[in-house]
Design a protein around this ligand. Structure first.
Ligand code: ZN
Length: 410
């Protein structure tokens, strides 16, 4: 494939159509891309190869074959931009074929792998819900980094300086890679062609402020090529600077709104409802909220700076959801009244309120058919109207739970 025809490259990110998959090909001089949801890159530096994000375990063989069809130079270094399942698990085929790379990662990657061993079942269930997988799934075999660093690490590969810089953002073990001699910037998931994945409701703490700072620092590097963890490669210094700066501004806008309100003494509930992302930035193709959701970033900042209490004193040491629901049903005059009210809100398009009624109705009386049908229909509607994959995953799981109960009731 000719370089200019690459479906994975753009010089105008404000008008590009993001893609997540392509055949392996040389996307920039001396850089091979293998893209299947996540981007893996192999970079020729003299007579050595540097592998950036080996990828998923199940694609290891395919990545290896693609790299070897392109170059037979030894992989002397491989870097995990962070230890997520789609980035740091694809080295096995290279090791099996005899490569012995230095495996570079930010030092918190080791703690991540320890945590993954400790909470394997939890992460398998989270991933099943988040990505709507048929069964719980999560890697349990780890290829540990052999060379870790805390702040930054400079490595010389065939005369080229490769600079790894730690950057918390989506994770606490993130880093980006800068090769000044080629003006190559590999960002990992600090750039993903979506609104920053910085609020995931089911996963551990994320770091919006550090993320913005890293984007601002990267914007000052003068990169000619930006290679993201997901989505299109960007060529052109001005385009790259603009993209990085806009992504930082998107985060800064949410961060500043939350900070102002949190310091004014507002409750988490007030802040959650009041803060909105910048509308002009949200319209850019690389900042669309198709994966994470800006409201989840608000929640994540509240968790970062405050405790878990939500500001409602009744929720501090609460009654169970079931007892609360039974009380509301009794006040309403029975579960059928809740279901009727839920249908009214659903028909009027207020799916958020309809969801509360469906939860109360099904929790007050789990064996009630019409309550479960309301729940199924409400989350079906929320699923259709919500572009964020993370919200979709949870809504789909709730809808499927209701479907399962209805099937069991038959
Ligand atoms: Zn990723």
């Amino acid at each position: 494939m000719a370089e200019t025809e690459s479906p994975m490259k753009t010089t105008d990110p404000a008008r590009a159509t993001p893609s997540i998959k392509c055949d392996a090909h040389e996307i920039a001089p001396g850089v091979l891309i293998y893209s299947d949801f996540v981007n893996t890159y192999a970079t020729k530096l003299g007579d050595e190869l540097l592998l950036i994000d080996p990828g998923f375990a199940h694609l290891s063989g395919a990545v290896h074959r693609s790299v070897r069809a392109w170059s037979d130079a030894p992989v002397t270094s491989a870097v995990y931009t962070h230890g997520h399942a789609d980035h740091a698990f694809g080295l096995q085929a290279f090791l099996d074929a005899g490569d012995r790379p230095q495996i570079v990662a930010q030092e918190n990657c080791l703690d991540r792998f320890r945590r993954y061993r400790l909470t394997h079942g939890l992460n398998a269930h989270i991933n099943q819900r988040q990505f709507s997988l048929p069964a719980p799934m999560f890697p349990d075999r780890f290829i540990e980094p052999t060379l870790t660093f805390r702040q930054a690490l400079s490595q010389r590969i065939s005369g080229h300086e490769v600079l790894y810089t730690a950057a918390r953002g989506e994770t606490d073990d993130g880093c980006y890679v800068w090769i000044a001699s080629k003006r190559f910037l590999f960002t990992g998931d600090l750039v993903i062609w979506q609104a920053p994945n910085c609020g995931n409701p089911q996963k551990v703490q994320r770091y919006p402020v550090d993320w913005a700072e890293a984007l601002e620092t990267m914007a000052g590097l003068g990169a000619e090529w930006l290679f993201p963890g997901h989505g299109l490669v960007v060529q052109g210094e001005a385009a790259i600077r603009e993209m990085l700066t806009n992504t930082a501004l998107y985060l800064r806008s949410i961060i500043d709104q939350v900070l102002e309100r949190i310091n004014r003494g507002e409750t988490p509930e007030e802040i959650y409802h009041a803060v909105e992302p910048d509308p002009a930035l949200s319209a850019l193709p690389y900042l669309a909220a198709r994966y994470d959701h800006p409201k989840f970033i608000v929640r994540n900042l509240l968790r970062l700076w405050g405790g878990w209490w939500n500001g409602n004193a009744a929720d501090l040491l609460p009654a169970t959801w079931q007892r609360q629901a039974e009380e509301i049903a009794a006040l309403a005059g029975g579960v059928e009244a809740l279901v009727g009210r839920g249908r009214t809100h659903l028909d009027a398009g207020d799916t958020a309120m309809a969801a509360h009624l469906a939860e109360w109705a099904t929790r007050a009386e789990p064996g009630n058919r019409s309550a479960q049908e309301l729940k199924r229909d409400v989350y079906g509607a929320r699923l259709r109207e919500e572009p964020s994959l993370m919200a979709q995953g949870i809504f789909r799981a709730a809808r499927n739970d209701a479907k399962q109960v209805l099937q069991d009731l038959e």
